[in-house]
Every structure is written in C-alpha cells, then in structure tokens.
Ligand binder design. Structure first.
Ligand code: TTP
Ligand code: MG
Length: 395
C-alpha cells in the first residue's frame, strides 16, 4: 500500500555561531567574522558569509584562515550562548509538531504532516517558523520543504543563505539532475571517485547510466539504493528526539567563593536558567538537585523533592537554597569552585489544576513569564532578579 504523502521541513540556521556573535555585537555586522579555536592548533568552527568569500571554511586550521582573511574578526566559541539560542529555535519548532529530529544545535528535521489541517500547507508552516525564529532570535534560518527528508534538506541547502524553498514532486528531477553526484546522501569520497571513473558526474548521469556500469562502480546494493535516492525517493522517517530527562545549569568560578550570600546569588541565577528552560518546554519537575564542588575536585550532590511538581524559579530556588545552606553549615570552611542545579522527574504538560499552598505567590510566578519573554528577546540574562545582581562583574 503506498504511504500517504508526508510534509517534511528541514531547518538550518545560516552561519550559526557567527550570526549569534553578530547579533550580540552589532559592531561586527558587515565585517568578516570567523568563530573558532584561536590557539596554535585551533580550527575554524564557522565563518560568516563575508569571510567565506575569501575561501574560509569550517574545519580549516585557523592559521590558514588568518592567511586568507587577516582582516576578519576572530572569536572564540561561546557554546553556552549558542545552546541558549538553539533552545529558543527548538521551542519554535515545538509549536508546530512534536516530531522534531535535531541533527545539531542549528539543524533539524520536522514532520508536520499531522499539523497540515491546522495550518493549511507546509509552506505556511515553514514561513511561520522562519519568521518566528527571526523575531525571537534576530537570526536567519534557511528552510526547505518537501515530501521527504532528502528533498527537504536539499531545499534548505539550495536556497541558503536566508533560504526558503519547497520542492514539489513534479520539480524533483529539475533540481536533482544537474547536481554533482558527490552531493548525494551516501556518496562519500570513495564512491564519488568510483562513479567519476565510469563517467558519472551528476545525478542525471547516474539515472542515465547502464545498470552494469553502475553496479561495477559501487556494487549492486549501493547501486539500487542510489538509483532510488537519485529519483528523489527517501522513506526515512523523522525520528523524534527522546524527551529530556533532566535540565541542568552550572557555573565554574574563576575565584573560589567563600561567601554564602554570593553563593546563593549564583544559585538563584542557575535556578532562573533551569526554570526558564523547563517553562519553555512546558514541563514540571519533581526533583531539584544541587551540585557543589569544593576545590580542587571534590563534588557533593544533594537533592530534594518539590512539594508539588513545578517550574517556577522561586519554588526551585527555595529548595536549592535550603540544600546549599545545609551543606554550607555542615562544613567548617566552606568554599566552592563550582555550583549547579538540575531538575528531573518531569511530569509533562499537566495544567495548573493542582493548587499548592506552599508554592510561590501568584504575582512572583507571573514575573517568571515576563522575565522569560524579555530574556527570549534580549538574550538570557537580560533581565534577572535583584538577588542575582551580586553575581555581575564576577564572571
Ligand atoms: P553548519 O550548519 O554546518 O554551518 P553554519 O550554520 O555555520 O553555516 P551554513 O549552515 O549557513 O552553511 O554548522 C552549524 C554550526 O556548527 C556552525 O555555526 C559551527 C558548528 N560547526 C563546527 O563547530 N565545526 C564544523 O566543522 C561545522 C561544519 C560546524
Ligand atoms: Mg547552519
């Protein structure tokens, strides 16, 4: 029985790390920007499109990038920042489907077949996703749409940067045939060379090739698979990511902390981070665990339950603070090198029907929502509770 047509979207952020850096420092806009290791053996993580004009590419030694583009701005990667922006992007996806297969921080497949009735077409969903990402992060995503993964990904690749392309069944050959065979999924360096030796240089060449010539080049099994891919057939399902089992945030101090008030301020800050992530994912945690590391490497963990599952920062902090204080007073000369908090024991997506007299007052919880929206717009940390300000200038 033939399968009903699917609606697949592939999203890939443009020059992701470099675009985040440009967004955070508008002074960079218009300049070549290269993000990567800056040491002697460093390699380029990514280059923005201005720097790519000079031939700078991902995985190139940074020393070679400096030769090709000495005038570029070179930046050491800030993974935590990219992960935070990635979470905002993935939250946009989750508004359209639970079928999200993340490939990296900046790239995912979505199966939106089940959402078509609500949003009329894959194009409408793709456009809304692209616009929401732009609104909430200030960054450009390239979006490809088609009835399978192969073609959806091709759509984003061909239209990048700032791309948007639907590939319909009757357009498949027009897009695929002229492409170099090396760009086809499953064709690595070895297969590419073997195919070149028998005169197959494009996808169209492969489809016109004699069966024996193709079999001779790559073997019968790969040949059959390749023929299907080259006509644009791809049955691979979108495999939804496993739900998170925990959400954690931690911080390592440059200078060990021996003042409880400062430690508490840092703890509040980590509670805000994990709370925001739990609220963004619409999950409530049962368990709050704190991680406390004494210099140099002795790590203590303490955990406790929330009175009822929750994700409000004041509730999380109430538990984390108590755990921190108990630990602090049990130690003769407490000092911390690292401090962190982790939520787990998630109760997914239940409403607010459960009332709890111990939970934070409603007004304080409302401030979580406002804070989340401001942090989403201006970057995590744009708005923090007053207690957290003690941690500023100590990073
Ligand atoms: P990519 O999506 O491959 O590249 P990109 O987003 O920088 O550029 P574009 O998609 O517009 O071509 O990778 C996403 C991020 O992953 C990238 O910004 C940096 C990181 N990365 C590395 O750290 N090392 C690598 O070798 C590659 C390819 C990417
Ligand atoms: Mg990308």
């Amino acid at each position: 029985m033939p399968h009903a047509p699917r609606a697949i979207i592939h999203v890939d952020m443009d020059a992701f790390y470099a675009s985040v850096e440009e967004r955070d420092d508008p002074g960079l806009v218009g300049k070549p920007v290269i993000v990567g290791g800056l040491g002697r053996r460093g390699v380029v993580s990514t280059a923005n499109y201005q720097a790519r004009k000079y031939g700078v590419r991902s995985a190139m030694p940074t020393s070679e990038a400096r030769r090709r583009c000495p005038q570029a701005v070179y930046i050491h990667p800030r993974h935590e920042r990219y992960a935070a922006i990635s979470a905002v992007v993935f939250d946009v996806f989750a508004e359209y489907t639970p079928m999200i297969e993340g490939l990296s921080l900046d790239e995912a497949f979505l199966d939106v077949t089940g959402s078509l009735r609500l949003f009329s077409s894959v194009e409408v969903i793709g456009r809304r996703i692209k616009d929401s990402i732009r609104e909430r992060t200030g960054l450009n995503a390239s979006v490809g749409m088609a009835h399978n993964k192969l073609l959806a990904k091709l759509g984003s690749e061909l239209s990048k940067p700032n791309g948007f392309l639907v590939i319909r069944p009757d357009e498949v050959r027009g897009y695929l045939d002229p492409l170099p065979i090396g760009r086809m999924w499953t064709v690595g360096k070895v297969a590419e060379e073997a195919l070149h030796r028998v005169g197959i240089r494009t996808i169209g060449d492969l489809l016109r090739a004699d069966a024996w010539r193709l079999n001779k080049a790559v073997g019968e099994r790969h040949a059959a698979q390749l023929r299907a891919l080259c006509v644009g057939e791809d049955e691979r399902p979108v495999v939804a990511d496993a739900p998170e089992v925990s959400i954690g945030a931690e911080w390592t101090f440059d200078v060990d902390v021996d003042d409880l008030a400062i430690a508490e301020a840092w703890m509040l800050r980590q509670c805000e981070r994990v709370g925001a992530r739990a609220r963004g994912r619409d999950v409530k945690a049962r368990t709050v665990a704190v991680k406390l590391r004494e210099p140099p490497f002795v790590t203590h963990s303490r955990q406790a339950q929330l009175p009822v599952p929750g994700n409000a920062t004041p509730d999380i902090y109430a538990v984390a603070r108590r755990l921190l204080n108990v630990w602090w007073h049990q130690h003769p000369r407490p000092r911390l090198r690292l401090l962190g908090v982790t939520l787990s024991g998630f109760d997914a997506r239940h409403g607010d029907e459960q009332q709890d007299m111990f939970a934070a007052p409603a007004a304080e919880k409302r401030s979580d929502g406002v804070q989340d929206r401001i942090n989403e717009r201006f970057g995590a940390g744009a708005l923090v509770r007053a207690g957290v300000l003690k941690t500023r200038g100590r990073e």
